[in-house]
Design a protein around this ligand. Structure first.
Ligand SMILES: O=C(O)CCC(=O)C(=O)O
Length: 259
């Protein structure tokens, strides 16, 4: 099937771009077409069932809710991540040279009542330059009942928030929780197939999925400048597929080039 039958290619308007700049986030309606949503749901569930059991309160967030590198297992996700509408959208924000930085499922299935505290995505694995873009594509309708995301518009303007973690916390990949004022937060209630994009410094969180019969499945894809480096890792280049433009790093150029 052609990409155009699966995805809704679109260019951000000047109004959308200035909304993003001011508020640090943007909801983009219907990035996935009906057929694209169906294919991605099916492929992701196949991968999920292979690796994950049902929610266990004694397991970590990572074990219960994340499945990394989903584009290795799901061909429609791969197409969407590498060549879908999000690439041009990311480029309008990041610039002409863009790489994929992360692909994962963040699934909060029914019964997963664990909240996820306030944080910035650049708090986990700091990248520079500071223009990486998180994109969340909803695979279910998501609202307050099933653990939608909340964010604080404009909070990206505070820049990088440094959270001290001791060695044990770092090694156990424990959550990085930042102080934030819940009263300023707004819920990101979006429909299956819609996209939510936000700045790497955006403060966001989610509550537990309190619904008895609705999953809250999200496809998380992050993009960065093609030359972005990992500040926490001796400033080595983040390895991710070059999806647009060029890079000065040979290892980035070669990374997943044949995938
Ligand atoms: O899946 C969620 O509810 C939270 C995910 C999130 O905030 C993240 O992955 O950065």
């Amino acid at each position: 099937m052609q990409s155009e039958d699966l995805f809704n290619f679109q260019k951000l308007t000047p109004d959308q771009l200035s909304f993003f700049e001011e508020n640090g986030y943007l909801i983009i309606k219907g990035v996935l077409k009906h057929e694209g949503l169906k294919q991605i749901q099916t492929e992701c569930m196949e991968a999920w069932r292979k690796e994950k059991e049902s929610f266990d309160p004694n397991k970590s967030w990572l074990q219960n809710a994340l499945l990394v590198n989903i584009h290795h297992q799901a061909p429609t996700v791969r197409k969407y991540y590498f060549e879908g509408p999000l690439v041009e959208i990311a480029s309008a924000i990041i610039g002409p040279n863009v790489k994929g930085a992360t692909s994962q499922l963040t699934f909060k299935m029914k019964g997963n009542t664990k909240p996820f505290g306030w944080h910035q995505d650049n708090g986990y694995g700091e990248l520079e330059p500071y223009n990486a873009l998180t994109t969340l594509t909803a695979l279910d309708d998501t609202d307050r009942g099933n653990g939608c995301l909340w964010l604080i518009p404009g909070s990206h303007k505070a820049g990088q928030i440094r959270v001290e973690q001791n060695v044990d916390q770092k090694q156990s990949q424990s959550e990085i929780i930042v102080n934030a004022d819940d009263k300023l937060a707004i819920p990101m209630e979006i429909k299956a197939g819609d996209g939510l994009i936000f700045n790497c410094w955006m403060l966001h969180k989610s509550d537990g999925n309190m619904s008895e019969n609705r999953d809250r499945r999200i496809l998380f894809l992050r993009y960065a400048d093609a030359d972005a480096v990992e500040v926490y890792n001796d400033r080595k280049p983040r390895l991710g597929k070059l999806v647009k433009g060029k890079t000065k790093f040979a290892e980035v150029e070669a990374f997943e080039a044949d995938l």
